[in-house]
Ligand binder design. Structure first.
Ligand code: NAD
Length: 444
């Protein structure tokens, strides 16, 4: 979908005019291309003595072939181990490291802070200092310019060896439209480093619902790129588009309305009969039926709750059921929530309830599933698709611009986040909701 304003400001006269008028000039974001280095340039490392993560992170970056930056120059990433910050007086270390370097960060660069989840810390002063990191990172994300983004990675003690997948995501162009977010890396997960990080899903079967167009089509494409055999599902009315996507990526098409009676059993039967089970389930199908509450009829309410939430609950329950569940050990369930489900939105009581319900599902189900399975959600912000092209012009333009990178995201930004959760290397990431929203002003 076209963002004409971004195209205009990327031209010489448009850029000149925007600068003179003090208008935003959205930076064209760098996206991942196969074969790209994890970090597009030198990485500057910092952090006070006594931190847990400085050494493993340095070793990891060196093993990935990243250049560790010296003083000066134009680093691509600033990575700071804040786990040694045990009291608020030591927070000044954040200031000294980043103050000296933030203005030299390269376009589309990365600011990454590593900390300890405050809720696991018993010492009050340390918990205070670690909680402070969130405010720092969220504010730094809002200050960064030219497509650079910020991440806070909270690493449980014991998870120091489980960082590769998350650092590969955070430092690379795969996280182009993720900023100001907090990701928790747990100690209890089953992490399997892929033999080939370019094809981490080799040998896996993935199901993507709503795969005939928009975000779902690109998720299917991205999982296939990463090696998965993809079952593309959509309603029968979308059969032609669905087949085109499946053919393009060497996958298969399954025409099924996920709300029809016994859809969960039909789906489970199909996956068992044709693939012997499934490894990755991406719940992407979703609809909007917007109206303010007083004008919303029961049909609008029910259809949205049914497609976006109840069908997902039924399918999960069926795929996890029995002695030989259809979702295999080490499986991945990835739900598609929305920033509306976090912040709420006018005209979307039905939609936001369904998307907030998915967050509840992820948080409740993640600790219970076991067998090395993870359950996570993506919460997209404004993504350029047919769904958002239908939004009235002024609301659409506000949605596009009101975020730290002044532009809408692309379906591939959501797809890369899904692929990150789907990777066998991401077993330490469970029960998380990752916003892919360019740090939209809406919500937390
Ligand atoms: P889209 O409307 O382009 O695609 C949704 C797909 O789901 C369609 O192909 C549709 O046929 C399919 N679908 C709908 N009902 C179905 C059913 N009962 N059974 C099977 N398939 C069904 O939407 P999109 O913009 O690509 O959004 C994909 C997901 O991302 C949705 O869950 C949406 O709520 C979520 N999301 C999108 C945005 C955005 O900005 N586009 C923002 C936040 C969340």
């Amino acid at each position: 979908m076209a963002d004409r304003y971004q195209k205009f400001t990327a031209s010489a006269p448009g850029g000149f005019l925007a600068k003179r008028l003090g208008l935003p000039r959205p930076e064209p974001l760098r996206r991942h291309k196969p074969g790209d280095q994890v970090a597009a340039g030198p990485v500057a490392l910092g952090g006070p003595d006594g931190g847990r993560l400085g050494k493993p992170v340095r070793e990891l970056l060196e093993s990935l072939g990243a250049e560790i930056a010296g003083e000066g120059g134009r680093p691509h990433a600033l990575v700071f181990d804040a786990t040694g910050i045990t009291s608020s007086d030591k927070l000044v270390e954040l200031h000294s490291f980043f103050h000296a370097r933030i203005r030299s960060l390269a376009p589309c660069g990365r600011l990454v802070v590593l900390g300890t989840p405050p809720e696991l810390i018993t010492d009050v002063r340390e918990a205070v200092a670690q909680r402070a990191l969130e405010g720092f990172v969220r504010s730094a994300g809002k200050e960064l310019r030219r497509g650079a983004t910020a991440h806070l990675l909270l690493v449980e003690p014991g998870a120091e060896g489980s960082l590769e997948s998350v650092l590969r995501f955070a430092l690379s162009a795969r996280s182009a439209y993720v900023s100001g977010q907090v990701l928790r890396i747990g100690a209890g997960g089953t992490v399997t480093a892929p033999a080939d990080w370019e094809r981490p899903l080799d040998g896996k079967t993935a199901l993507v619902t709503g795969a005939s167009r928009g975000i779902g089509a690109v998720v299917a494409e991205t999982l296939a790129r990463d090696g998965a055999q993809v079952v593309c599902l959509d309603i029968p009315a979308q059969a032609a588009e669905l087949k085109a996507v499946a053919d393009r990526i060497g996958g298969t098409a399954l025409e099924l309305d996920i709300t029809e009676a016994a859809a969960d059993s039909r789906l489970a039967g199909h996956l068992s009969a044709h693939h012997g089970g499934v490894d990755i389930v991406v719940h992407n199908a979703g609809i909007t039926r917007d109206k303010t509450l007083g004008r919303m009829d029961a049909a609008r309410w029910e259809s949205v709750i049914n497609v976006n939430l109840a069908a997902v609950e039924r399918i999960n329950a069926r795929l996890l059921d029995g002695d030989a569940p259809v979702l295999r050990d080490g499986g991945r369930i990835i739900c598609t929530s929305s920033i509306s489900g976090i912040a709420g939105n006018v005209g979307q009581t039905n939609y936001a309830a369904s998307k907030a319900g998915l967050i509840g599902l992820v948080q409740a189900q993640a600790p219970l599933v076991g067998r090395g399975i993870t359950v996570n959600a993506i919460a997209p912000g404004f993504i350029e698709t047919q769904m958002t092209a239908a939004v009235p012009l002024f609301i659409r333009e506000a949605g596009r611009r009101m975020n730290s990178v002044n532009q809408g995201g692309q379906p591939v930004d959501v797809a890369e986040a899904v692929a990150f959760f789907a990777s066998p290397g991401s077993g330490a990431v469970n029960g998380q909701v990752l916003r892919v929203c360019g740090q939209a002003l809406l919500g937390a």
